[in-house]
Design a protein around this ligand. Structure first.
Ligand SMILES: NC(=O)c1ccc[n+]([C@@H]2O[C@H](COP(=O)([O-])OP(=O)(O)OC[C@H]3O[C@@H](n4cnc5c(N)ncnc54)[C@H](O)[C@@H]3O)[C@@H](O)[C@H]2O)c1
Length: 435
């Protein structure tokens, strides 16, 4: 490894996960199994990808950990919060993502991961009825209690660093409101005034994490850190933030497939996406107010790849619809359908159908792990605020919408951003050469 300015990954890395559900238990189980040499972390860029550094005769293809100092899997300690008190073993069994034979070898370690009481407000996820919940006198108090949890976890586990990941349910849609969300002072005032409408519980987790010197990652489509007040806090605390919404199944396909249409200058009349899923995530998303948060996130992908303003003849007027339907028999094995109405030479219509029979949490777990390891890396590299290089992993990447900045949704542009950030942190030059 070259000499870099990134601080070494010494000591233990605490990964504190909000939500001990399907995604988080699949991620934790995979990491613990891999540590014992019992599985491979397929789909994880930090564990599997080999990328080019250097050019011409100097070029070589290296794993990320040979370019930058990443935390080692052996140094990770997991902790979690959840509305339900079940430990991570019980939660993994309940989620039914993994078979018992793939959980049993790490059962003992998973049983030690017992959720701390959740900072929760039922109005934000009406379908959940667990009682492992903090009693809070205000949103400010909620945040202070989470800070105390983080400090206690750090001391008890001797962690040198902590990252906080939201892999909890999607909250109801919180529209960005200039009056409460545009400055840190206004957000703090709202928290102190116990304004439950404008301050979601997830904002309390994020505020607590950043203030305790931990990067914060938003894996759901929640508004949380996607507001100027949180950008200000991330600048003030010099901590990285990223979000929103893990890019896993249908949207991964969309952001990889849409460039085919755009690159060939084919036109688009409509893109209809629908899904069925039956896990707890699906149950929460069955509530219209929670689905709306997801819908906004899923819809944002196409418009920055196939742009009507740039190509009005091709993309000036297409219809884009996304549906999610709760269908219990499928549990975590989500099935998605995309019907794409395109047009070619002289406007003649054609159709493309994509049917993806995926496993939601199997796709999300590597993304969650990569986001944690790369956010920790970013913090040690002195990067703070919105981490645009992590857009690759996210459905609705954060960007400064107040200054007219556009999100990068194109999968291959996102991959270039990711690789160049790794190159720069590894002491190499950024470039756009084709591999
Ligand atoms: N699996 C995927 O492919 C995927 C992709 C993108 C985003 N996501 C998002 O990731 C999140 C997790 O998905 P999942 O399938 O693991 O869901 P899940 O329902 O299995 O787990 C979420 C857990 O969060 C807990 N929770 C809810 N609010 C909480 C709070 N305030 N504090 C602490 N715990 C809380 C719930 O009790 C539940 O156990 C969801 O928001 C989902 O939309 C998942």
């Amino acid at each position: 490894m070259k000499q870099t300015n990134v601080k070494p990954a010494d000591g233990k890395l605490g990964i504190l996960i909000v939500g001990c559900g399907a995604v988080s238990t699949t991620m934790m189980t995979g990491v613990l199994m891999a540590r014992k040499g019992l599985t491979k972390l397929i789909g994880s860029m930090t564990q599997m990808d080999k990328m080019r550094v250097g050019r011409g005769t100097d070029k070589k293809y290296l794993k990320y950990s040979d370019i930058v100092p990443l935390a080692r899997l052996d140094d990770i300690v997991f902790g979690t919060w959840d509305v339900y008190p079940q430990n991570a073993y019980q939660a993994a069994m309940y989620a039914q993502v993994l078979q018992e034979k793939d959980i049993a070898p790490v059962r003992h370690e998973l049983e030690q991961i017992v959720p701390m009481k959740a900072a929760f407000d039922k109005n934000y996820a009406k379908r959940l009825d667990g009682d492992n919940v903090k009693t809070c006198s205000s949103r400010w108090d909620m945040m202070e209690q989470i800070r105390a949890d983080i400090r206690r976890f750090r001391d008890e586990n001797g962690c040198s660093r902590i990252v906080v990941l939201w892999a909890a349910s999607t909250e109801i849609y919180v529209p960005v409101d200039e009056q409460y969300h545009y400055t840190l002072a206004a957000l703090e005032a709202a928290m102190k005034a116990d304004d439950r409408e404008h301050v979601a519980p997830s904002m309390c987790y994020a505020y607590a994490a950043l203030t305790e010197g931990c990067p914060f990652i938003m894996g759901a489509p929640n508004t949380t850190v996607d507001i100027p007040a949180m950008w200000e806090l991330a600048e003030k605390t010099r901590m990285p933030i990223c979000g929103k919404d893990f890019k896993t199944g249908q949207t991964l396909v969309k952001s990889g497939f849409a460039p085919i249409i755009g690159t060939r200058c084919l036109g688009l009349d409509g893109w209809f996406s629908t899904n069925i899923l039956g896990n707890r995530d699906g149950l929460v998303l069955d509530e219209p107010a929670n689905f709306h948060t997801k819908e906004v996130s899923k819809l944002s992908t196409l418009e920055t790849i196939l742009k009507g303003d740039d190509q009005p003849d091709l993309y000036g007027d297409y219809y884009h619809k996304v549906r999610i339907n709760y269908y219990p028999p499928r549990n975590d094995n989500k099935e998605s359908w995309d019907n794409i109405d395109i047009k070619g030479w002289m406007g003649y219509p054609m159709q493309i159908k994509i049917n993806f029979l995926c496993r939601d949490s199997i796709l999300a777990a590597p993304v969650a792990l990569d986001l944690c390891l790369l956010s920790d890396l970013a913090a040690r590299a002195g990067r703070y605020g919105i981490q645009r290089f992590l857009s690759f992993f996210l459905k609705s990447p954060m960007h400064d919408y107040t200054s007219g900045e556009e999100a990068v949704n194109h999968l291959y542009q996102q991959y270039t951003l990711l690789k160049n950030a790794i190159r720069e942190m590894g002491g190499y030059e950024a470039d756009e050469e084709i591999d």
